[in-house]
Every structure is written in C-alpha cells, then in structure tokens.
Design a protein around this ligand. Sequence first.
Ligand code: ADP
Ligand code: MG
Length: 657
Amino acid sequence: MSKQTLSFQAEVAQLLHLVTHSLYSNQEIFLRELVSNASDACDKLRFEALNNNALYEDAPNLEVRVTFDKAAKTLTITDNGIGMSEQEAIDHLGTIAKSGTKDFMGKLSGDQKQDAQLIGQFGVGFYSGFIVADKITVESRRAGLKPEEGVRWTSGGSGDFEVETITRPARGTSVILHLRDDAEEYLNAWKLKQVIAKYSDHISLPILMEKEEWKDGELITPGDENGGRQPGGMVKTGEWETINKASALWTRPKKDITDEQYAEFYKTISHDHEAPLTWAHNRVEGNTEYTQLLYIPAKAPFDLWNRDKKAGVKLYVKRVFIMDDAEALMPSYLRFVKGVIDSADLPLNVSRELLQESRDVRAIREGSTKRVLSMLEDLAKHDKHDTTANADGVTDVVDADDKAKEGKYTAFYAEFGAVLKEGLGEDFGNRERLAKLLRFASTTSDTASVGFADYKARMKEGQEAIYYITADTLAAAKNSPQLEVFKKKGIEVLLMTDRVDEWALNYLHEFDGTPLQSVAKGAVDLGKLQDEAEKKAAEEAAEAFKPVLAKLKEALKDKAEDVRVTTRLVDSPACLVVQDDGMSTQLARMLKQAGQQAPETKPVLEVNAEHALVKKLDGSVHFHDLAHILFDQALLAEGGLPEDPAAYVRRVNALLV
Ligand code: ADP
Ligand code: MG
C-alpha cells in the first residue's frame, strides 16, 4: 500500500491542540507516557505468547531502548513488544477509544490552567509526545506479521497523519520524536536518565541506553554537571547499560521504597497527576497468596460515575499482566481504587473469562475489599484528633504518622462518599463496616461530617430511632416542614441530599441496634420524646377535627391515600408523607425523571389542626378549593409539582381576588 493521509478523529485534534498549548509546564511527563506504552506493549506480547510462543521470534528478552541523535535532534524510544499493524496504528494513534471522551471534552473550559489539570487526569498518553516534538514518526511491526508488513505513521500533530507500509525486520515499535527547539535538553543522556529514574524506575522491563564516554576531553573544572570537559564532548561507545532498577515496584520490600516512589508509581498506573491520598502494600499469606498494592486517589476522576469503565486494579500473575477487569477485582462501589495485585498461585495459561470465575480471584477480591475498608477506617479514625484530655484525664497519643492522616477522611469523603454508599446495596457482607464509614450533614452540621455513631452518642433521653430526611438539596432538607417538630424539640435529624441516599438507605434499616426512621415516612411516633400532656392535646385535636377530616378525604380521594392529623408540623399547615413501606415521593420522582417505571402510590396528606388555614376549612364556602391548595402546596414544599399547575394557579388566584 502506498502512502495515505488520514484525518484525526475530531476529539484527537482538539486534544492535541490542548496538549501543545497547555501542558508545556510539565514537559517531561511525555517520557513517562511513552515508556509506559512500551511497557504495556511488552506486557501484551507476554500475554499473547502464553498461547503462542512463536511470537517471541528470535528476541525473547523484552526491553526498551532510549536513543538520541544530537545532529538530527531526534529522541527515539524503541520497544520489542507486541507492535502495531497498519490498521492498528490508524486506529490507536488516530482516535481515542476511551469511554467518556466526549464528556471529558465538554468539561474543558478554555482556561489553560484548569484544563491542564483535567487533561492530566484524563491521560494524554501517546499524544503527550507533541509537548516536546513538532513531528512524530512511529515505525512498527506487529509480532507474528511479516517484515514487509511494517508501518510508518507520521504526524505534525495538527489535523492529520500519514501512514505507509514499510519493511521492518524487528518486531515492536519505535517512536521517533523530532524535538522542538525548546526541548533540546532531552538530547542529553544525563537529563534522560534523571527523568527516567523519576518516573519509570519501577517499570519491570529493563530500559537501556547506550554508554557514552568523553572524547579528547580534559578535565577543567571538576564538579559541575559536565565535569567541565571540553571540546570533543561525549561519544557513544556501542555498549548498552540498564538505567532503571527494572524490578516491578510491588515486588520490592516496603522498606526499600520511598513515598515519592510509591507516588510516582501511582501516577503511572492511574494517569492522575496528583499524589494519592494513601496506599497499602502487603503480602497476603493464606490459601491464596498474593501481593497487593492498593491506592486511594485524592481526587475523583472525571468519569467516576461511568460504572462500566475499565481501570482501577490490575491483575498480574508472576509479574505477567493478565487483566484489569475492574469488577472481577474490586466491587463497583470501590471503583476509584487503583493498584496492582500479583499472585503466584493463579494459572498463567487460562482465559480471562475463566479467571474471573475462579475461586482464587474471588478470594483476592474479598481480601482486597477488606483491605480498602481498613484503610478507610484508619483514615476515619485519625481524621480529627482530640487534643484535649477526655473524661479519664487521658489525651490521645498522636504521633507524626497519625498527624499526617488528619483531615484525610474528610477529603476522601467529599470526593468519593457518594460512591461508597452504593456499597450498602451491593456488598451485604460488609454492610456494617460501610455504615460506620458513612457521614452526613444534619440539623447540627452543614457539612457531611456526622456518622451514625456520632449521632447515636448525641441522642436524646428516650429517643428510640435515628431520624433522617432525604431531599434534593441541603436547603430543601433543612426547610422541610417534616422537620418542624424535631427542631422544636431539639432532636437532631440527618439530612441526606446525595442522589444515591434514598436507594442506599433501602438497604440499611438499623445501625448498631437502633432503627433508622425517615421523618417523611409513616406517622411520626416520637415515642417517649412526647410527654403525656402533648399526647392528650393531640388526641383531643384529632377528635375535634374528625368531621372536617372526613370531608377532606372525600375531596382529595383521587390524590391522597389518606388524610390525617399530625403533630409533626409546627408552622406549616400540611405535608405529604408516604406509607411506612412505600417508596418516597422523591425517589419516585427521580425514577420518573430517569425514564423508569415508578409504582403509582398515593401519598398521605397530614394536616396541622392548629394552623389558621386548616382551622378556616371548617364551614368555608371554598372548602373544595382550599383542600386542593393545601395538597398542592404540600407537594410544592417538598420540591414536587402539582399534577395540574394551571388549576392550582386558578384556585389561588380566585382566593386572592
Ligand atoms: P493508553 O496507553 O492509555 O491506551 P495511549 O495514548 O498512551 O493510551 O496509547 C494509545 C494506544 O496506542 C495504546 O492503547 C496502544 O494500543 C497503542 N500504542 C501506543 N504505543 C504503543 C507501543 N509502543 N506499542 C504498541 N502499541 C502502542
Ligand atoms: Mg499509554
């Protein structure tokens, strides 16, 4: 096939523009990305070769070579991994296959600094080469194809790229960067070694560079970077040396790994440009033995809510990459966790499908889930340290390690709390541990900082339930009429405003023996919190109101399941509640918005017999209109819309006139 010119997918062209215009502040990451691609390519070869040993051809030692040519101003990264066919080069280097790409592009604001951060999270991968190069040539031949079936891909990084067929005896890929003038510092072995040590030391593959030595040099001023030698400069010797440690980071003993190395490794596997919040590195012994290195990110990725995204935790068997099927290794509610699991017990030559079913993989998943929960528990425990002496005169002992954990759980929760809640419905085995990790706003705190245990410790004498309310926003929750009596009596109510709360709470009925009670479900039963006089007054009011109640029920029979007198209201005339076993009106509304079937249940209208408007009902000539207004307003107050808004307006206007 002769040369053909093709256009980049629109998203790629857009991304390239951004890469070259906003990422130059962190130029050197291009090397990490290209080395990481080389390493992925070798992982892929190793995996495919499990069933087809011939793919190794005559080069069984997988490696990456980094070379540069000062005269031509090129820097080349070569691997002998899986390589690409012509079609693969077109597909992989001309489009972005990542899910959520469109979404991501939509989020870009045009503000360079902000966008640079977002792009960092998204991971520019191969295209980061254009930060330092104004032209990139890729030459590749896929393992298993003939030498004449090689491909050359070339692009200047704007709208299009060229591909042509070439002959390439060596399997694998060379990425040749034609460096911009302002990136010539990468034509220096010392600089390259430094950057590779920083970003790629943990890559298990050897990274090789050709040794150099001084030519006709004379030491003038020892100590500076070039040793002050003149004038022939450095020349290549034809000898190659391995410049990284070339042992996978997770296989090294903990004590030999610095925090910076852990953080750099995290950045490579996560494409996150920020350091992780915390991590755990362990060898797990037992029936299934494996090493786990699990990270909790500091910031949520842009596609956190895309439940079918791949990523997260990678499974290796004896250092061979097997799969990164998120669900098989981590439950979906922990999809933000990144890391590596390496097991020596799993068979290497088994299909990914079979592995997912394997008992060992399930044991690994369970063990890793528990590990993440303990990491979170540890952060939660150290989120706030009590530096005042407690009742028995003891002050918490807080060492430097503990101190470093302060505030981390709050930070974690702000990013991932809503995802964690999905676990209540997903992971029954760990439900109690999860419940302890949840935090909510409440009538005493506007931020999500109240745990069920804190709440219980503050419960009033005689209080028998943990009260909560769900609403669309914090303001709606705080001003809900259903809270009135709780406010009056000074009883704390948890305010739940995440979309997932309603659903998640379906799976949690009690905490540590205390039932959870929605203040918008069923009749309020304040139990022992109400004194005898209050109870009696309420009963009398209900009795006196009976005839009006009967008329109200009749007038609203199409809208309300029931109408009853309530003591939960103080300032409002009426509110809607659902039957004890019913679906909340909020959830039903959410389901409908999402185009799903919601069971048609009618709410119960509760009225405040003490309210002036309610008192007016008795004998009013406008009884019918007032009854409907009462109902529709109760609906409005909780964020709903009257079924017939025009009728509502007509009724109110008639009364106003
Ligand atoms: P990612 O690595 O996240 O998939 P990149 O932009 O870094 O994204 O790379 C895009 C794709 O190009 C890779 O998924 C791979 O298919 C292909 N690719 C890049 N570099 C190489 C390489 N050195 N060898 C083989 N394929 C490569
Ligand atoms: Mg990549």
